[in-house]
Design a protein around this ligand. Structure first.
Ligand SMILES: [Zn+2]
Length: 399
């Protein structure tokens, strides 16, 4: 778990899931995406309380054991205020983004007839306008959609939006989120998918012993699936219907299969892209979101900024400048086969040595002293952790 975060610290996704143990402690999962587009749980926490103090302790424990936290550029979560306030403080150099799925779900929950005094038709109209804002592909489109809301006459919705969503538009509107290196992720759906798998195996409100047995079995299966997928990506040579030495073949040899799929699509799309002007330093390329400033290795479009892989606009500029379409410039190291191979070998070596065999489990009991169940919970958790590690745990966090 720790090595996965060490190798892929750029984007951290976090979410909590409930009803998995009889003590009603939520399970927090932290996840990254690797070179092969595989999800990996890199930390799990059970917390008695979800107060700012408890969440802060949880995040600080994570940081203590994962020094590469300072390399995290994006933290993606839902709109939970406490959680976001803590991450803003503890990850000061990272951008906090709200998952698109959670954004739309929050809007649907909050913009209701009861809460904002709307008629059903007004509510539907408001949700349509707000959804359009969330999907805005450019700043101009955001401003146009925002203006549509302002002239809609839905005062309670406008007030709600201006108070809760407009000030943080850079965290949840697609065009602004895409300006960050998100490895192409717009939602926390990967975590939702893992949560569904956990819930399909783990019993509801199980004892902690049963929960950990089942939970670790799920984690082991997910890890085996991921390792198998990575191994296949490293050893299988795809059959490509392209001429030898074509850009498609060269990219397929250089990039992981996951990244190659994206770049091949961009190579197809570049035929439909036109250059408006070439200043000699950069080109202006037309796009659905207006003119983009593009060089042979950089672009302003959300594909390049969120993936750091060459986009259709970059290929058009390279073609225009008569330089080879294939280049290793403009590619993030994490998407290359060499990087994937090296990190996979490192993880296998570490696994053989046993240094990454454990799950990064920390039971946050910092606030448990204030509740009646404190001693019972501490005793139960302590017992379970001993059972998992086969000996006294190195540290049980409490204050
Ligand atoms: Zn581009």
């Amino acid at each position: 778990m720790k090595l996965n975060f060490e190798f892929y610290p750029e984007v951290l996704m976090i979410d909590a899931t409930y009803k998995l143990n009889e003590l009603r402690m939520p399970l927090y999962l932290m996840m990254i995406v690797d070179s092969n587009g595989q999800s990996e749980i890199i930390a799990t926490f059970l917390t008695v309380l979800e107060t700012e103090k408890a969440i802060t302790k949880m995040v600080q424990v994570f940081k203590t054991h994962n020094p590469n936290w300072s390399l995290t550029k994006v933290v993606m979560s839902d709109k939970d205020f406490t959680e976001r306030a803590v991450f803003k403080k503890e990850f000061p150099s990272a951008s906090l983004l709200i998952c698109l799925f959670h954004t739309l779900r929050s809007l649907k929950r909050e913009v209701s007839c009861e809460k904002l005094g709307l008629l059903p038709g007004e509510r539907d109209n408001a949700l349509e306008l707000l959804t359009a804002i969330a999907y805005s592909g450019s700043q101009q489109e955001y401003e146009d959609n925002y203006n549509d809301l302002k002239v809609s006459g839905l005062k309670s919705v406008i007030d709600y939006f201006d108070t809760n969503w407009h000030p943080i538009c850079h965290q949840w509107v697609e065009c602004f989120k895409g300006a960050n290196f998100t490895v192409g992720e717009r939602t926390n759906n990967r975590l939702e998918s893992i949560n569904a798998k956990i819930k399909s195996v783990c019993s509801k409100y199980a004892s902690l012993t049963t929960f950990f047995d089942q939970f670790f079995a799920v984690l082991a299966c997910l890890r085996n699936e991921r390792d198998h997928s990575t191994l296949m990506a490293l050893v299988k040579k795809p059959v490509l219907a392209f001429p030898p030495n074509s850009p498609e073949v060269k990219f397929a040899e250089f990039l992981t299969p996951y990244a190659t799929t994206y770049v091949h699509k961009q190579l197809v799309l570049h035929a439909r892209t036109n250059i408006q002007n070439d200043t000699g330093i950069h080109c202006e390329v037309a796009s659905s979101n207006g003119l983009l400033i593009v060089t042979p290795n950089r672009c302003q479009c959300t594909f390049w900024t969120s993936m750091h892989l060459p986009c259709r606009h970059i290929f058009t500029v390279r073609e225009h400048r008569h330089v080879p379409l294939f280049s290793t410039d403009g590619v993030a190291a994490r998407w290359t086969n060499d990087y994937m191979r090296e990190k996979f070998a490192n993880k296998r070596d570490a696994s053989k040595c046993g240094s990454s065999s454990g799950v990064c489990l920390r039971l946050i009991l910092s606030m448990a002293k204030t509740i009646l169940l404190c001693q019972y919970i501490q005793y139960r958790c302590y017992t379970v952790v001993i059972g998992i590690y086969g000996s006294k745990p190195t540290k049980l966090y409490s204050s």
